[in-house]
Design a protein around this ligand. Structure first.
Ligand code: G3I
Length: 352
């Protein structure tokens, strides 16, 4: 048989073409984050904006493809589920749970008790004195029992109390503390446990990634509650970071001390904002922050889930709250992967 010799220049051109055409389908079929996370025995999650899920096909597809855990960004909060006193509206939250079930995803419950997004009937009633302390305690008991009971068996982790400490480690001066005193925290966990004994019950806050006054206040509280047999099983670290503030120190040490108490841990709301406009250097730095938190999570078996607070800059809460800041999520506004996405995929590929 005669050998055909290709001219060198043509060979280079052909192999370059092959490389390019070979790269395209390969990148289109890269394993999604959830497949990589499965191998690492971790749930990878996102907060879900229910309006975007209803209206935006690319958002819906990406939610289904990439994540194995979903958190309602807003629709499980008290103002959403009981807009009028005694009248529950589970419709949006049920929709999220149905979507998750259809796509083989777990659901994190967020959140039973917070100082924000409370129904107006409750805050007004407390402010004008028409709801006194005894009645407020009954209202809280009924709310937790109703909500946890409604979703019984369908939520694997509940954020029972959210953001109850100040950064200096003192208890937040919320209406809960003012009217009920500090025992409202133990009550909330006991009531949630009674309504769904299998769900893992979490404390959850921001600025608690590393060892500091606030995370230490949570550590001491968790230790005390567990000694008193209060069913507190998890510590949720939100993980709202900004590249202009530096990466928190001691993240692994912080996770380890909660694990030593026998608790689960989770990153529950991770995003990494920056001062706009974004550029290559800032995006590269952002990627190292995402990866730093995920590596800490992968470094301990106690860390069961890692959730981003939105996956596309198109719907992130950040620019609406921090003027001039944004680009905080792993995909840009057109759903293109940023270095942060690649960093998450690489960390998951390397496993525990
Ligand atoms: O529901 C109303 C809607 O009726 C109205 O038309 C619209 C007009 O702006 O506002 C809607 O409410 C907004 C709600 O999100 C639902 O979209 C509120 O204004 C807005 O303030 C609210 O923001 C949410 C914020 O919590 C409230 O504190 C963000 O989406 C949500 O990402 C954010 O999430 C919190 C976590 O729960 C706890 N940790 C911090 C995190 C970021 O702030």
């Amino acid at each position: 048989m005669k050998h055909f010799r290709m001219p060198a220049a043509a060979a280079v051109l052909l192999s370059a073409t092959l490389l390019v055409t070979a790269a395209q389908p390969a990148s289109a079929h890269e394993p999604p984050l959830r497949a990589l996370a499965d191998r690492a025995d971790l749930r990878i999650g996102t907060a879900v904006d229910m309006t975007a899920l209803a209206d935006d096909t690319a958002y819906r597809r990406t939610t289904a493809r990439e994540f194995s855990s979903l958190t309602a960004e807003n629709v499980m909060k008290w103002e959403s589920v009981e807009p009028q006193r005694g009248t529950y509206d589970w419709s949006k939250a049920d929709e999220l749970v149905r979507f998750a079930r259809a796509h083989g995803q777990a659901v994190r419950g967020h959140t039973l008790l917070w100082h924000n997004q409370l129904p107006a009937w409750l805050t007004t009633g407390v402010a004008d004195g028409s709801i006194d302390a005894a009645e407020l305690r009954g209202i809280l008991h009924r709310h937790i029992t109703a909500e946890v009971g409604h979703f019984k068996g369908r939520i694997y982790q509940w954020d029972v109390v959210n953001e109850v400490f100040n950064d200096d480690g003192s208890l937040r001066d919320s209406l809960w503390l003012q009217k009920l005193g500090p025992s409202y925290i133990a009550d909330a966990f006991r009531w949630a446990h009674a309504a769904d004994p299998k769900a893992k019950l979490f404390l959850n806050d921001y600025n608690v990634e590393g060892v500091n006054a606030k995370s230490t206040a949570y550590y001491e509280l968790a230790k005390k509650l567990r000694a008193e047999k209060v069913p507190v099983q998890g510590f949720g670290i939100q993980g709202h970071l900004g590249i202009q503030y530096g990466f928190p120190g001691d993240v692994s040490e912080n996770l380890a001390r909660f694990a030593d108490l026998g608790m689960q841990t989770a990153f529950t709301e991770v995003d990494v904002r920056m001062i706009l406009p974004a550029d290559a250097e800032k995006l590269a730095k952002q990627a190292t922050y995402f990866r730093g938190l995920l590596d800490a999570c992968l470094g301990t078996r106690s860390c069961k889930s890692f959730t981003v607070w939105g996956f596309t800059d198109k719907y992130s809460w950040v620019p609406g709250v921090f003027t001039g800041q944004g680009a905080a999520t792993p995909l840009d506004e057109a759903y293109a992967k940023k270095p942060a996405y690649t960093a998450l995929a690489e960390a998951l590929s390397e496993g525990r």
